[in-house]
Design a protein around this ligand. Structure first.
Ligand code: 5GP
Length: 263
């Protein structure tokens, strides 16, 4: 698989073309941003961990019948994914109140919600990803009624699967953000909705079940320190950290190392 030109660079990832028009390469950077880019930093090793954690989670979801863009991991920072036209909506699922929900509606942080709450936000940094209704989505034709119906169903199923997966390793899934794309299925000759982007501690709130210690990007947003240790803890509990530690990193412009805590 030949890596071609850069097609898109986002805050945490870069997309490159390949010699197959249906496939692209997703590269995970160490850059961390928050509050609409006002807070920026590099968190060494974050890209490597997110690449591996996202691979694990999307592969697990695929095993449960969720269609995703993930094809295979190529190296420490890159994965081969299906090319997809991204629907310009962030799909947020909340199981416990936290973050922007507490600020917007005055709900106390940590309130367990009666049932999973789905929210839609327009993907637009300048407007700070505003919450939108389904009516906005249909009116501005960001997605059709059928697409949203299918996505809502997939999103709730993904939530169920991930809650169980994380519960099994002593982690509460507080909330998360996912994105979907429309991708060409060569075999079927149709465009289909696939789970795209990534699922990682950058895009989820993950609290230790017993201590409620945050193991996600809130450590960066809230200056809690030990950011990478939180991500490593998630990877370790998923059983993928030893594998990361044993693989030599390739494709770096300068040598880097990831530090792992001694047990
Ligand atoms: P909130 O709306 O409370 O800021 O975020 C809800 C959930 O979605 C959190 O898990 C958060 O990490 C994720 N999320 C929302 N918007 C974004 C975004 O623009 N980028 C990333 N990486 N995650 C987001």
């Amino acid at each position: 698989m030949n890596k071609g030109k850069k097609l898109y660079e986002g805050k945490a990832k870069i997309i490159y073309s390949t010699n197959d028009k249906y496939l692209v390469i997703q590269h995970f950077k160490d850059d961390a941003t928050a509050f609409n880019n006002l807070k920026k930093s590099k968190v060494e090793g974050k890209g490597v961990l997110n690449n591996r954690i996202s691979e694990y989670l999307l592969t697990s979801l695929a095993q449960s019948g969720i269609k995703t863009h993930f094809v295979k991991r190529l190296n420490m920072r890159e994965q081969l994914i299906r090319r997809a036209e991204i629907i310009p909506i962030e799909f947020i699922v909340r199981n416990v109140a936290s973050g922007s929900l507490t600020k917007r509606l005055g709900v106390a942080e940590g309130t367990v919600l009666n049932k999973p709450l789905l929210e839609y936000c327009l993907k637009n940094d300048e407007l700070q990803d505003p919450v939108v209704s389904k009516e906005h989505i249909f009116n501005f034709e960001w997605a059709t009624k059928e697409e949203i119906k299918q996505i809502d169903k997939m999103t709730l199923r993904i939530n169920d699967i991930l809650i169980g997966l994380f519960r099994g390793i002593g982690i509460k899934l507080i909330d998360f953000k996912i994105e979907y794309g429309k991708s060409w299925n060569k075999d079927k000759g149709v465009n289909e909705i696939v789970l795209a982007d990534e699922i990682s501690p950058d895009t989820c709130r993950l609290w230790d079940s017993k201590t409620e210690k945050k193991l996600d990007k809130d450590r960066f947003r809230k200056d809690l320190g030990n950011i990478i240790e939180g991500y490593q803890e998630v990877a370790r509990r998923l059983g993928i950290l030893p594998e990361i530690a044993n693989v030599k990193e390739v494709n770096f412009s300068k040598p880097r190392s990831i530090k792992f805590k001694k047990k």
